[in-house]
Design a protein around this ligand. Structure first.
Ligand SMILES: [Zn+2]
Length: 332
């Protein structure tokens, strides 16, 4: 009973290998009569906030080399932390999870992924929002509001379909006023020309929003932007980066957007800076404020870059934080 040891585990693996090697071909064919499915199940997960039904929609998981992913510690240190979280060697896995909120009167999509154009390019790794919405039974025409947290490509490019038309043709597009002001400024764009990353971000915002400027509603922090959904200031990652509090029937959920990127690195090391931060020092301050509050309130937190279904609770752990993900629940 209690003799499980490394030797037994390895012996077990060896025995399986040996058995496979010695199994006659006929037996192997019989075992493979049902071919492997080779595709993943649709990525959507429903949860309630009071009377509201919310759905976490997975846009995919992007694998990137660790390189300069953490900008203020040596690569080796970041790599060791990623390996401790069992990420593929030298890589980080970054998930993307837009959130759909059915308030009873409005269907609100918070952030919208990288867009279907990325689906082919990434061999289906990302750009899965539309197909996962379809799997969840959601017609894009029924989305009333697309609420954008900030204007980075993984959060905003999905407002366009592959042919450039609007992916959610009846939706009001809502963008933080501060964010719009920053990215739409020619002066800011000119200043960013020496920084490849920022230059790319400015070009992307132009590409996505040119021609639809008049359709965009700009919103302010501290305001209810859709029924029960309040925009909360969380600057640093970008100047107008916004989180949301969804409140219904005495329950609240915090949509943290990119207060951190992946929790395996940045909740564990809240003073580490992700390469995509516009103002890392302000982002770090925002991060501590946000998680201290979330931990004290025992709030449910939804993270765009948390592992699917991207919902959990944040606890203080000395000078660090730790994420306790919610367990899959078959009942909504
Ligand atoms: Zn992001």
């Amino acid at each position: 009973m209690n003799d499980l040891s490394r030797r037994h585990l390895l012996a077990g693996a060896a025995a399986v290998g040996a058995a496979t090697a010695l199994t006659p071909l006929g037996a192997l064919t019989a075992r493979a009569a049902v071919p492997p499915a080779a595709t993943q199940a649709p990525g959507f997960y429903r949860y309630k906030v009071g009377a509201y039904e919310c759905t976490s929609i997975n846009d995919g998981v992007f694998l990137r080399p660790i390189d300069n992913f953490v900008s203020n510690v040596p690569k080796e240190q970041a790599q060791a932390e990623a390996e401790a979280a069992y990420m593929p060697k030298g890589m980080v896995a970054v998930p993307f999870n837009p959130q759909l909120v059915n308030t009873g009167s409005k269907l609100v999509l918070i952030d919208c992924g990288l867009g279907v154009g990325m689906f082919e390019q990434s061999k289906g790794r990302v750009g899965r929002t539309m197909q996962n919405l379809a799997a969840a039974g959601v017609d894009p025409k029924s989305v009333d509001v697309v609420l954008i947290s900030h204007l980075h490509p993984d959060h905003t490019n999905g407002i366009r379909a592959a042919d450039g038309s609007m992916a959610f043709p009846n939706a009001e597009i809502m963008v933080p006023a501060k964010e719009w002001e920053f990215w739409m400024s020619d002066e800011n764009a000119a200043k960013a020309q020496s920084n490849e990353m920022m230059k790319g971000y400015f070009a992307n915002v132009k590409k996505i929003y040119t021609g639809i400027e008049s359709k965009v509603t700009k919103y302010d922090w501290g305001k209810e932007v859709a029924p029960g959904i309040t925009a909360v200031a969380a600057p640093g990652h970008t100047p107008g980066h916004t989180t949301f509090a969804i409140a219904s029937g005495g329950s609240t959920v915090l949509i943290q957007s990119d207060v951190t990127n992946i929790p395996e690195l940045f909740l564990r090391n809240p003073d580490w800076h992700v390469a995509y931060d516009a103002d890392p020092a302000v982002a770090q301050e925002t991060r501590h404020k946000f998680y201290d509050m979330a931990a004290a309130e025992k709030a449910t937190v939804v993270g765009f870059h948390f592992a699917f279904p991207s919902i959990g609770h944040v606890e203080k752990d000395g000078t660090k934080y730790r994420l306790i993900p919610v367990a899959w629940n078959p009942v909504i």
